[in-house]
Write a protein that binds this ligand. Sequence first.
Ligand code: PLP
Length: 420
Amino acid sequence: MNHFEVIGGELHAEQVPLSAIAEAVGTPVYVYSTAALQQRARAYKAGVAKVGGRTHVAFAVKANPNLAVLRVLANEGFGADVVSGGEMTRAMAGGIAARDIVFSGVGKTRAELAQGLEAGIGQFNLELEEEGVVLAEIAAAKGLRAPAVLRVNPDVDAGTHDKISTGKAENKFGLPIDQAPAIFDRLAPLEGLNLRGVAVHIGSQLSSLAPLEAAFERIGRLVAELRANGHVITHVDLGGGLGVPYRKGEVMPSPEAFGEMVARVTQGWDVELQFEPGRAIAANAGVLVTEVLWVKPGVTNPWVIVDAAMNDLARVALYDAHHDFSAVKPSGETFVANVAGPVCESSDVFAKGREIDLVKAGDLAVLHSAGAYGATMASMYNSRPLVPEVLVSGDRFEVVARRVSAEAIMGEEQVPDWLG
Ligand SMILES: *Cc1c(COP(=O)(O)O)cnc(C)c1O
C-alpha cells in the first residue's frame, strides 16, 4: 500500500490532504507517514527473519534523525546505527536503548569513543587498527571492555553512484579484507576490547543483490579464517544499502528477496547477524511539499521555480538523484518542463526536460521519496530558513521539527567590537 495517494483529486499523506499541512505550516515542508515507516520497518524485519537465527536491526540514523521518526522505529524494536556522538545522543533521546546502538564511522574522535563507552552502547565498528588500540586504552582506563567488530572493505563494486559507494578498495571505508586476519590477531588480545566479529557495508541504493552477495561470501570466508586462527566470532554486521524505487513503477529487490539471499549465504555461520538499513525504511515514507513560485519561460522548456531548493533537498545536486515531481491537485494535463529552486547555483535544479503535471504559480507540488537523506542534509544556504518536518498518522499530523529562521541563526553570530 502506498501512503501518499491522490484521494478525491488531492494528494494525501495517509488521510491528511497535503494542502492542509501546507496551510498550517507553510512550505517547503517535509511530510512523513507513520504507517509507511511502520510498514517498511515490519517488512524489513520479516525479510531478515528468514535467516532463522538471532538478528539485530539498527536503523541508520543519518538517513532520518528526526526524534519522532526514531521513536516510531524504536517502537518497532529497531536499534540504531550511528556515525557521530550527536547521532548517539539523538538515538537515545528517540527511545533507543544504548545496548541497541552500533557506532560506525571512519572518523570517531576520542571524545566520541569515550561517550559511547560511558553510555554503554552495544558495539563499536572499528575502521582501522589504531582506532581499536585507542578504544581499548580508553575502555581499560575505565575498567571496561568495549564490544567491537572490524569493518572490512571487501573490494566489491556496489554498482551504485560513485558518491554512495563504500566497498571498493579505493574508498575510505573499512580496512582491506586481506589485512583483517593479522589486525584481528593483534587487537583481539587487548584487555579493553571484546573483539567479536566483523562488519561490512558496501554502499547505498543498491539495485541488485549480486554485489551484496559477493561481499557476504567474502565475509563468510573471513569468518572461517578467523575461527581457524582461534578467534571467537559471535557477531557479523552486514550493513545497509538496499535500494528503493525513486520512480513510479521502478522495481527494487524486496526485503524478502534480500532476506532469502542472506539466509542462503550465511547458512551455518552461527552468529548474531546485524543489519543497518536507512533508505529502505525511510525514503518512501516521506515527501517534500513545495509551492510553485513562478513558471518562467526558458529557451527549450519552461522553468517551474518552486520554493524548495537544493539546501532543503541536496540529493539531486549532490549525486544526480531522481525525485518524482507531481502536483498536489493534478489536473490530468502535463507539460515538459524544468523544475528548479530559488538558490543561486546552477545545480539547484530538481528536474530537466521532464514531463510533469501541468502546474502554475501558487500550486502545491511534491518531490517524492524524500524521507531519507532529505531533511537530514538540509542547510540554511542563501540564509533560507531550515525546512520543517511534519509527521502524519491516520488523520492527525504534528510538526516534529519547526522551521528555523535566519534570525535564529544570526542570534548565534557575533560581530567583534573592534570592527566598530
Ligand atoms: C549510511 C550507512 C548505512 C545505511 O545505508 P542505507 O543505504 O541508507 O541503507 C548503513 N551502515 C553504514 C555504516 C552507513 O554508513
